[in-house]
Every structure is written in structure tokens, then in C-alpha cells.
Design a protein around this ligand. Sequence first.
Ligand code: SAM
Ligand code: SF4
Length: 466
Amino acid sequence: MTKTERITWLDETRIETEIAATAAGADKLRVREILDKAATLGGLSEDDVAVLCAVTDPDLAAELFHTAETVKTEIYGPRIVLFAPLYFSNICLNECVYCAFRRSNKELDRKILTMEEIEAETAALIDQGHKRLLLIGGEAFPKTGFQYLIDAIEHIYSVKRGRGEIRRINVNVAPLETDEFRRLKATGIGTYQLFQETYNRKVYEQMHPSGAKADFDWRVSVMDRAMAAGIDDVGIGPLFGLHDWRFEVLATMQHIAHLEDAFGVGPHTISVPRMEPAFGSDVSMAPPYAVSDFDFRKIIAILRIAVPYTGIILSTRENPEMRREAFRLGVSQISGGSRTNPGGYATPVEEQAAQFTRGDHRPLDEVVRDIAASGCVPSFCTACYRMGRTGADFMDLAKPGLIREMCGPNALSSFMEYMLDYGSEETCAAGEQAVAAEVATMEPKIARYSQTMMRKVREGKRDVYR
Ligand code: SAM
Ligand code: SF4
């Protein structure tokens, strides 16, 4: 494979200088100025973020967390969007040293799902109550090549189970060519997501010694190709644990600035995966830059206030306590009831073939109940991309906080649908309380919309959204 052209927007020297300049700690007054600025919902500069990354004083950190909670509530309200990953394969030609799926891990049971198995996984997820999937897998397609992915998406969308169906498929697969992205877009996907793992070129090369993924520039330029192909909702994120988290957060800011400059819109989501132990990977058992819980909370809070209009995704890598806390700090989307081994939903077995160890093993219903009990609203809404509210259109709505007016009622009606069709008695009890509490905080006009939409759902209508 030929090497990709070297990208120019990532300035490692600048990042190192910013980290060195704040090594003595964060100045209290400056931090408070930045937090005041963040509270106006306009986002932060890379320099501001560098200062916040240096906060170590617990009281100052508490102020940061409080500001993040305010910003999150102002823009997103209390809703938490739910999804599940669907692993189509654990076969991979790459050699990422932290991942159980890497090629040289001979102990792993390998599997790539057939279309029938993909339908069976989809059916199992629909029966849990899911409406939104993340299609994900190792970097290797079977004989049909890229067409496999297109077929898989069509098969997933074709599965209907009573009143249930998958209404949005997001995709996390190895970097594609622009033409392949065009074909992917035509299938009706939501977000294309990919993690950079680390933005530090040297560390990247050490962690990805062979395979197509060894080309740093090919990976870091992937969103340029996706956006050029018309996919305007893209999701980014580093894998925390490979390198200094402050470096990764600042580089993420540079990536966002680049996408905004080049395409007029930043990423739709940022994921915050933290490294977990993976079968057969020594690196994953002792990450070179393990991130503490305290720093992890700061990462979420800083990203929340730095790019307030961008969704933040947290997976089942984290345990229930951290996930609960993360709602307040700024996370807006979580996975629930997940399996990271191909075929794991239709045939739950010992997860030897999984990608990494999960921190949250609860079934979806329990996750949903927990969200409702913690004062948030679980949302299964998939309205935005079907209404064409993507890319810059979404950002225009999100930036001034208007998205709440759409998303609030949509969250409630989709949650009502979940409760009626899939919710356990206990979850419905917690859910009805959460719904009533949320409606009580809404402006009268929005509350009326919400009540009308939920009434339609109670009367038997499905997929009610604005
Ligand atoms: N194979 C493609 C790739 O690497 O881009 C698709 C996604 S891969 C299945 C999903 C993500 O899992 C990777 O991007 C990586 O960040 C994450 N991952 C790999 N090993 C992990 C581990 N031990 N703990 C947590 N996340 C891990
Ligand atoms: Fe393959 Fe992705 Fe795992 Fe790397 S992270 S080994 S590319 S599945």
C-alpha cells in the first residue's frame, strides 16, 4: 500500500508547548474566566482547553464539573440517547497491540456473521427495544468485499419484529475510500464513526505495527473523505490509555477546528473510549497512559464545555457508577445491553471472542430504569437524520440550544414507545415518574406537543416524532 499524503493540520509541537506551559498547574482566576466563558455556550479555544487540562485542585475541578452540567442541561436537557453495537466480525488483518481481534491473536475464536446471522442479531436487539445500532467489526470483509457491508445494512433495515425495527444504523469500520463512502451514504446510514486511537504519530506507529491501519495519515484523514462524500454526521475520538490524555484532548480540538475550517461543520459526536483489558493483549492489561477516574471525569467535562453542540458517547467499557456520573458531566449517548463478540445477542455465550472486557453487564431494561431513576430521560429517538437535520443544519439548531425543543418531545415519545412495548413493570414505574417530572419542567407549548405525541403512542401509533 502506498503511503497517504501527510496531513498538515495537526501541530504536535504546539500541543507539547501548551502542555509544558501549564505544567505548574492551572491559575484559579484564569480557570474561572474560562468557565464563565463556557457558560455562555459559545465553546472554547484550544488554549482555554489546555488551561482546563491542568486543573488538579478538587475544588476547582468541582467548579468545572458544575459548569459542564449546566451546559449539558441547557443544550440537551436530561435526555440520554441509547444504542447498541452490532459486531459483524472479529476477523482482522491489523495488529493493534491493545485489541483482542488483532491478527496474531491465534487463541481467539474467529467469526464473520452471515446475512442470516446479522438478521438474527438484529432481531434480538429489536426484541430488547433498541432502535439505533452501531455496526462495527474488524478490518476484513469476506469474498464479497465492501459489498458485504452494504448488504449487512440492507438486511438490518429489512428486519421487522411486531412493532419494532431498527431506524438508524451508525457505522464504525476501518477507513474507506471516498467512493465507498458515497455508497455507504446511499444506504441511509446515520453517523460514520472512527476512533483515531492516538493522535501522536510516534505512539501510533508503535501501537499499530502492521496492516493497513499502520498508515497514520490514511486514518487521520478519514473524516475528510467521509465528508467529501456527503456524510455530514461524523464521529471522532481517541482511545484513552495509549498516550497522555491531555495531548489527545488538545489534538481532538485541532481535528475539530480542521473539520470546521474545511467543511463548515465539526463532528456530530465525540466518543471517549477508555482502554479495557482485552483477551491476549498485555498492553491492554497495563495501558501505557492509564487514565484515572478523576482525569476521565475531567475529559468528559472539558469536552462538554469546549464543543457544547457535539454529542458525547460513552460505551459499556465503563461501569454503572461512572456511567451514571457521566450523564451529569456531559455524556449524551450511551450503549446498553451490549455484546462485543459477533453473534453475542442471538446466542449469548462465554465471551471469549469479545473485543474487550465490559464494565457494564446489565441488560438494556436495567440501564433504562437506572437512567430514569437518576432524573434523566432515556431516548430512542432517531428523528434528526430522517428529517434531514444533519451536519450544519443540526449544528445551527443545536448551537443556540433550540434542539431541546425538538429532542425533548421526541425523547419522551420514543421512551413511551419503549415502555409500552418492552419495559418491565419496575422500569415503567420509574419511567412514568421521570416523564411526569420532565413534562413539568417544560415550557407550556413544548409540554403540550409532548403530551400529544405520547397520547398518540399510547393509542397505538409508533415512530411519532417532530
Ligand atoms: N476495526 C476498526 C478500527 O479499529 O477502526 C473498527 C472499530 S474497532 C472494532 C472499535 C474500537 O475499539 C477501536 O477503534 C478501538 O479504539 C477500540 N478498542 C480496541 N481495543 C480496545 C480495548 N482493549 N479497550 C477499549 N477499546 C478498545
Ligand atoms: Fe482490528 Fe480494529 Fe481491533 Fe485494530 S482495533 S485489531 S483494526 S478490530
